[in-house]
Design a protein around this ligand. Structure first.
Ligand code: CA
Length: 293
């Protein structure tokens, strides 16, 4: 039986392209992004509905916690540090000379490497790559020929990386070597028909199931690692982009959404588009890994 979970609107953020939610357990704060506005949002549930914003100064695709303090961002021009005072400084450039491309979604593995994709602003097919930022600052290109590299999640035993290239219409799995930081044996794990939405951001829970935001599909879905649909979170907006667990015992799923690409009529029909949503879950999530450099 497919379980249906009802979310609530947490912040009426009106994000053009809300993305990249990350729970910061150090401060009990949810961070998320508006990619195209170049803004990092912070929401502390203990403060009620108040949110604060940090301007990054360029498009920002992903945010990860940093062990030495603050966060690391994947921005248009590469990887950048965000310190606790809100100051952004470039760490290393990635495809910075290509004005048609920007960095998109990303996440750290257990060894503290930051993996993030690039994509063309206009999503031209095959223009993107997946990069790996090592703790020593070395950047490696790991996959090429991607269109919209998006969600990443590792199995609890670190032997499998789940990865979404949105236009491929599903979730792929790779054999993952944690010690070496390498991928092998790409195969399809979850097939998602185009009519059900485009797979975008993703997170994994403590039972190893995948929560996938379906852009254009108006829902987040929970799948077993071999593709069985287990639960659905229907949303009152068409474009959920990403999700992550936070809150007490990591039993709250936060969901970002976008109004990009919607007409005025569609926005009037879905006035909460671009908002941050939250739903309580029976299963607990897992915290994101930190960048260790
Ligand atoms: Ca995304």
């Amino acid at each position: 039986m497919v379980v249906e979970l009802q979310p609530d609107l947490v912040a009426d953020a009106q994000n053009q392209l809300g993305e990249g939610p990350v729970w910061d357990a150090r401060t009990d704060t949810l961070f998320w992004l508006d990619v195209l506005a170049g803004v990092v949002h912070r929401y502390a549930p203990a403060d009620g509905s108040r949110t604060t914003e940090i301007s990054v100064g360029q498009e920002v695709g992903a945010l990860v916690p940093r062990r030495s303090g603050g966060h690391v961002l994947a921005v248009r021009e590469g990887f950048a540090a965000l310190d606790e005072q809100g100051t952004v400084s470039m760490m290393v450039e990635v495809e910075a000379a290509d004005p048609a491309n920007r960095m998109n979604d990303g996440k750290c593995d257990r060894a503290g490497r930051f993996w993030a994709s690039t994509m063309a602003f206009d999503a031209s097919p095959g223009r993107g790559s997946l990069y790996r930022l090592a703790p020593d600052g070395d950047v490696s290109q790991v996959l090429t020929g991607l269109t919209i590299g998006n969600g990443l999640a590792w199995s609890a035993d670190d032997r499998t990386l789940f990865f979404i290239d949105t236009m491929s219409g599903g979730v792929d799995a790779f054999d993952f070597d944690l010690a070496a930081g390498t991928l092998d044996n790409r195969r399809r794990a979850v097939e998602i028909p185009e009519a059900e939405g485009l797979p975008d951001g993703m997170c994994i829970d403590a039972e190893g199931a995948l929560w996938v935001a379906l852009y254009g599909g108006g829902a987040v879905r929970r799948y077993s690692p071999d593709g069985e649909l287990l639960a659905v979170v229907p949303l009152p907006v068409p474009n959920p982009t990403c999700c992550t667990f936070g809150g007490p015992e990591l039993r709250e799923l936060y969901i970002t959404t976008a109004w990009a690409g919607m007409s005025d009529v569609e926005r009037a029909e879905s006035p909460q588009a671009g908002g941050l949503f939250r739903v309580r879950t029976q299963v607990a999530g897992v915290l994101p890994y930190e960048f260790v450099g």
